[in-house]
Every structure is written in C-alpha cells, then in structure tokens.
Design a binder for this molecule. Structure first.
Ligand SMILES: NC(=O)c1ccc[n+]([C@@H]2O[C@H](COP(=O)([O-])OP(=O)(O)OC[C@H]3O[C@@H](n4cnc5c(N)ncnc54)[C@H](O)[C@@H]3O)[C@@H](O)[C@H]2O)c1
Length: 390
C-alpha cells in the first residue's frame, strides 16, 4: 500500500473552532487513523504545521498533540511546500491571510464567513480562480447526521412537493456577569466581526441552497436583545452586534423558509437546531443528530377545540428515520472530502463562491432589517472562468 503525505498550514488553531473541530477532531483524527484512503488505495497522510500569534500557546498545543511543526510566522509557513492553507482565525483578519496563501499557490480551506464583506468574498473568489487554486469553505451543517437523513428523505421523494421549512436555532448565551459566557465576546461586537446574522446566515444559505433551493429573497428583523455583556476579563461591554435574527427566505421553486436564530432564548426543543419541513406527501423534523418523519398516510387528524385539554401526544406520532450508516464527525468528513479533492480524487463543491453567497445573504438580512424592506438576490457570479481543477 503506498502512502502520500500532504502538508497543511493551519492558522487559528488556538481558537474554539480551530482547536477542537479542525485540529483535534479532524486533522489529528485523520493523522491517527493513518490518513485518508484514496480511490486507488493510496493512503493520503496529513502533516500539519500550526500557526498562531502566541508562541507559548501554539507550542503548548503542538507539544500536547505531538505535532512537530509550528510557527508564529505565517509568511514563513507559506513559503514552504505544504499544499494547503487552512484558516479558522477571527473573521476580521481572514481575507488578508487567505490572499497571501493564494499568492503562495496554496489550496485554501477556510471557516465561514470567508470575509467580512461580500466585496471581500468576491475578491477572494476571483483571486482563487485567477490563481487556479482549489478553494473550499466549511459547510459543516450539511454533514450532520440529522441533515444527512433529511437529505435522504428529500432525495427519495418522500415529501412530494416541499412547501415550507421552519428552522429554530439558538440557546441562552450567558451574559458573563453571574455565569461566564460560553461564546467569545467578539461574537457580540460588530466592530470585531460579530453578530448572529453574520454568523448564522452563512450557514442557512448553504443549508437552504443544498437541500431546498437557492435563496431568491430575504425579509429579516435582526435585533440586540441583551445590550450589555461581560467579556473574558469580567469587564462589562456594549453588545454592538445583533444577538437574534428572524428571517423569511423565498427559495427557487416557491419553498418558503423561515428561520429564527437567537442567543437569547431558552431551549424547549430536542436539539439546539431543528428544521421542520412540510411537504404534500409527508413532513419531517431534523436536528443535529435525529430526524423524525410523518407520512401523509400516517397523519392524524387534529381538531381544534379550546374547551378540551389536549389528548394527543403529537411528538409520539412521528417515526424515527434510522441511521443505517455510521456518521463521522461532520467537520472531519468534509476535511476528508476536501483533501481528496486537492489531490484530484473527487469533487468538493463548496467553494469560495458558495462562501460569498453566504456572506451576501448575511448582508441582505442586515439590509432588510435596517430598511424594513424585502431584499431580492440575483445569481452571484465572478467574471473569471473556473479552470479545470479536477
Ligand atoms: N462552522 C461553524 O460552525 C463555526 C462555529 C463558530 C465559529 N466559526 C467561525 O470560526 C472562526 C473562529 O471562531 P471561534 O469561535 O473559534 O473564535 P475564537 O475567538 O475562539 O478564535 C479566534 C482565533 O483567531 C486567532 N486570531 C488571529 N488574529 C486575531 C486577532 N487579531 N484578534 C483575536 N484573535 C485572533 C485567535 O488567536 C484564535 O486562534 C470565525 O470566523 C467564526 O465565524 C464557525
């Protein structure tokens, strides 16, 4: 069995997402399993070099996980022959680093949002195409077991004509005074790239376009429910970014999607995100892990009668969609797909232009909220053809 090794420059691995999901749960898990198997039987092994601003913190992580290569100098890391650059830094500093990686001829894989603005995102999409590099953006929600099972239902024609999607995302993020917040404080400051709309509409765009249809218009109301929060040092600060976004999205084919996203809601759901899909032939509710369905032929007949206490147990009337497969960590599954793609072994369709559509939806949501108007979205293009990158 032959083995090939691919170097990956990993930036932002001291952060929440970079460390846990990308380094530990993805790249180190791939390394420890002996790499990714390619279709010709070759094992593609990964060899990361960790990059961060603080030598002490990066070295500590490198030592803890037996990663021999680390540096605080991105330029130096990019001058080597590693083939991939990965970015999980703060959104505000991402664009510049990615442009540097593109100029160095690296394939680039990045967290979302790919840039702070649509303009910046298109700049990246164009630069990637001009350089002929392979580019990818994290679309982790598509790899969740719940959504994979939902996709299975969609592909089988289970729903008939899909009518609507209602998404409910959120949980209570502690303010930081009585109990420490469970998310970084920059998430609540717009000047640092924070905000619910910026964060989550990127996700909702790819979930909607890959499962139900491209987003053609948005009406949104965004707000800051909690105006003061306490940061990592216990100091109060003004929350300048929105912590909730209530959006209605019209999709190609007439599907209406409505998604509530809030960090100021207490959970009365089975999972932290759930999508309820109604179709003429059946309905389903998918979360991160679980998916339940109810077919037209098994639909009970509720009758509205406010005089009587409820007698039906509605949740018990749904059938669980079985896994019928083993689902790996979603971040790792997408990494494996991207790695194969970089070495010419399969496709990875979630490129910078897809990332740009996510950023555009976030901008459109904020614009709709500011103006009180519905914002229409035309197909997004970059005037540089895709090179044959297979
Ligand atoms: N895919 C997802 O589900 C998901 C979830 C959360 C966050 N994210 C994205 O991942 C990225 C990182 O988010 P996070 O929650 O890990 O944040 P975090 O604050 O925990 O980590 C930020 C990282 O950026 C680094 N950094 C580089 N330059 C910096 C600067 N000038 N100031 C501060 N930090 C700097 C930090 O050292 C750290 O490694 C963001 O772009 C965010 O949108 C994605």
């Amino acid at each position: 069995m032959s083995t090939r090794t691919i170097g990956i420059v990993m930036n932002g691995i001291t952060g929440r997402m970079g460390y846990r999901q990308h380094l530990v749960r993805s790249i180190l898990a791939i390394r420890d399993q002996g790499g990714v198997e390619l279709s010709d039987g070759t094992r593609l092994q990964v060899d990361p070099i960790l990059v961060g601003r603080s030598a002490e913190r990066v070295k500590e992580i490198a030592d803890r996980h037996n990663v021999p290569r680390w540096t605080t100098d991105l330029t130096e890391a990019l001058s080597g022959d590693d083939e991939i650059y990965f970015d999980a830094q703060l959104t505000t500093v991402r664009e510049e680093s990615i442009l540097q990686a593109i100029a160095a001829g690296k394939a680039v894989y990045t967290e979302k949002p790919i840039s702070e603005s649509l303009e910046g995102s298109l700049r990246l999409a164009r630069a990637a195409r001009e350089a002929g590099i392979k580019d990818g953006v994290v679309h982790d929600k598509l790899y969740l077991p719940g959504l994979l099972k939902l996709k299975r239902l969609i592909d089988s024609g289970f729903f008939g004509r899909i009518l609507s999607v209602r998404g409910e995302f959120g949980y209570w993020v502690f303010e930081g005074d009585q109990q420490a917040a469970q998310r970084p404080s920059w998430n609540y400051r717009s000047e640092d790239g924070g905000g619910m709309t910026t964060d989550m509409f990127c996700h909702w765009n790819y979930v909607l376009e890959n499962l139900f249809g491209e987003v053609e218009s948005v009406i949104a109301k965004t707000t800051t429910h909690i105006p003061t929060r306490w940061d990592e040092q216990g100091k109060p600060y003004e929350a300048t970014a929105d912590d909730a976004a209530y959006g209605i999205f019209e999709l190609t084919g007439g599907v209406i999607a409505q998604i509530n996203s809030s960090w100021a809601t207490r959970v009365h759901r089975d999972e932290l995100v759930e999508f309820h899909v109604d179709g003429t032939e059946g309905s389903a509710v998918a979360g991160l892990h679980k998916c339940v369905a109810q077919h037209r032929t098994a639909t009970p007949k509720p009758v509205w009668n406010p005089d009587l206490a409820e007698t039906q147990s509605y949740r018990d009337q749904w059938q669980e969609v079985p896994d019928n497969a083993e689902f790996d960590n979603g971040f790792k599954a997408q990494w494996e797909q991207f790695l194969r793609h970089v070495v010419g072994d399969g496709s990875h369709p979630y490129d910078f232009l897809a990332g740009a559509r996510g950023v555009r939806l976030a901008e459109a949501g904020l614009e709709s909220s500011a103006t009180g108007r519905r914002v229409e979205l035309a197909p997004l293009q970059v005037d540089v053809p895709v090179l044959d990158r297979s």
